[in-house]
Write a protein that binds this ligand. Structure first.
Ligand SMILES: [Fe+2]
Length: 290
């Protein structure tokens, strides 16, 4: 195939979308076609290879069910989810960085008082405190902001992964800032955990010798009237896998060290700065587990 023949084919394909009445859909579709053609040309994609690719994508779809979303996992492990988060959030200078939502968020966590522990079940892990202030970009406190938090137990799993074994409310809670914008969360130290690797996304990681661990972190979804929602993590500075996060979610600005505070508790400070720009569109809410 000559370059001219490919150029003519691509032009012909793109011309079929000229009458599309949805400009954004047309923009996305045409760009996808251009990049797919360039990709195939770059690697000189052969018929049997593309069929293997089609089989891989078919298996990825077949792995999905009500509680598992293999395409999100694939997107996460290719770094695409993180890129889309960056493009979607686009936080203003000085606001706290966001990161991926992940698959284990469940709405409806119990409201918890300032300083309450969100640990419900027995757990051998270190007890820790995460505290800080929620402010705007000028440093003014935001009272009544909610911090919807979730993390895994020391055994490595989120409550939603172990129904009937962990209590549904274990290591989940919604905290609210006080009139000074302060919050305080008691929990256990988050530990590294594996993302599900028993499907096509995991097969691809293994084929390339990649790992499937995430460093220890606590998730937060912060909301306040008049501010952009913030979906982020607090990472433990002393955790393994900070440089090899399987889903590329680590931001240096989100890494904190737990150290004994004045009361002898293992604690860290995580101040949060919200952006008062117009609210961002609702993020995709995947199935609770996969
Ligand atoms: Fe997580």
């Amino acid at each position: 195939m000559t370059d001219k023949a490919h150029a003519e084919l691509l032009e012909d394909v793109l011309s079929r979308y000229q009458d599309s009445t949805n400009p954004r859909l047309r923009e996305i579709t045409e760009a996808a076609i251009r990049h797919l053609h360039a990709f195939a040309e770059e690697v000189n994609l052969q018929r049997d290879e593309w069929f293997a690719g089609i089989q891989f994508l078919t298996a990825t779809g077949q792995k999905c069910d009500d509680t598992r979303q293999e395409f999100i996992l694939l997107s996460d492990t290719l770094g695409l989810s993180t890129l889309v988060e960056m493009l979607t959030h686009d936080g203003a200078e000085g606001s706290t960085e966001n990161t991926v939502l992940g698959p284990f968020y469940v709405p409806g966590s119990p409201r918890r008082a300032k300083g309450e522990s969100m640990l419900v079940d027995p757990d051998d892990g270190d007890r820790v405190v995460i505290r800080g202030r929620v402010t705007d970009r000028d440093g003014a406190p935001i009272a009544g902001a909610t911090l919807d938090c979730w993390q895994n137990a020391t055994a490595g799993f989120y409550a939603v992964q172990q129904p009937g074994f962990q209590s549904a409310a274990n290591l989940r809670g919604v905290y609210e800032t006080d009139p000074h914008g302060s919050y305080e969360i008691r929990t256990v130290r988050p530990v590294p955990y594996p993302i599900p690797s028993d499907g096509p996304a995991g097969d691809l990681l293994k084929a390339h010798g990649r790992g499937w661990m995430r460093p220890g972190h606590t998730h937060m979804w912060v909301r306040a009237d008049g501010y952009k929602e913030l979906i982020t993590h607090v990472f433990d500075e002393q955790s393994d896998y900070l440089r090899e996060d399987a889903v590329f979610g680590v931001r240096d600005s989100l890494v904190r060290r737990f150290a004994p505070d004045g009361d002898g508790e293992l604690a860290t400070t995580f101040d949060i700065v919200l952006d008062a720009s117009p609210p961002s569109p609702a993020p995709l809410r995947p199935a609770p587990t996969r």
